[in-house]
Design a protein around this ligand. Structure first.
Ligand code: FMN
Length: 173
């Protein structure tokens, strides 16, 4: 049986360490969020990504304001979300390696684009090309809401991240 990690209850805010321990238990789909401005392209591995609504199709991403790809989202007003397959974990590592030159992140896989010009990876579970509709500042991060203007998808398994490592989906029953 899985061990439960208990903390004393407090009336006020929760500390960063216990928040992180709790979030480590939560499996998330892994995406590469990309952007292009002029000749420059960049991206980052992200799990703080979700669908907001289908009318109109809208996605949400949370981007650390210190991420090297952030200025390209600001400049272009667009981003693409590429949900990786479980075979694309090498690409997740490239886009989460800090200080790697942007072009060195695009050495693996075949990259193209849909409507906005933001880099879209071939063979993903799903890719969403988005124009920024609005942004919210939340501490260290910007939350971007994006209207989906292009989409691709394949019937295949998504790459997961839990407790510090990349994982595969397995049938539960
Ligand atoms: C599994 C995983 C999920 C991540 N999710 C996010 C995220 O949702 N938002 C974010 O800003 N950074 C996220 N990061 C961190 C960025 O991928 C990382 O900071 C990236 O290397 C950007 O670094 P750079 O500023 O050197 O380009 C995640 C990293 C990993 C490994």
């Amino acid at each position: 049986m899985a061990e439960m990690i208990a903390f004393p209850t407090r009336s006020e805010a929760v500390g960063e360490a216990e928040f992180k321990i709790a979030m480590r238990q939560v499996a998330a789909s892994v995406a590469i969020v990309t952007a292009r401005s002029g000749k420059l392209r960049n991206g980052l591995t992200a799990t703080a990504v979700c669908s907001v609504a289908s009318t109109p199709p809208t996605m949400l991403v949370c981007i650390n304001r210190s991420a090297s790809a952030e200025p390209l989202i600001q400049e272009s007003g667009a981003f693409a979300i590429n949900f990786l397959t479980d075979g694309q974990h090498g690409i997740a590592r490239l886009f989460s390696t800090s200080k790697l030159a942007p072009e060195d992140r695009f050495v693996e896989g075949t990259w193209g684009s849909l409507e906005t010009g933001a880099p879209v990876l071939e063979g993903t579970v799903a890719s969403f090309d988005c124009r920024v509709e609005s942004q919210v500042l939340s501490g260290t991060h910007h939350i971007y809401l994006g209207r989906v203007v292009g989409v691709t998808s394949l019937d295949t398994d998504v790459l997961l991240y839990r407790d510090g490592s990349f994982r595969r989906l397995e049938p539960a029953g």
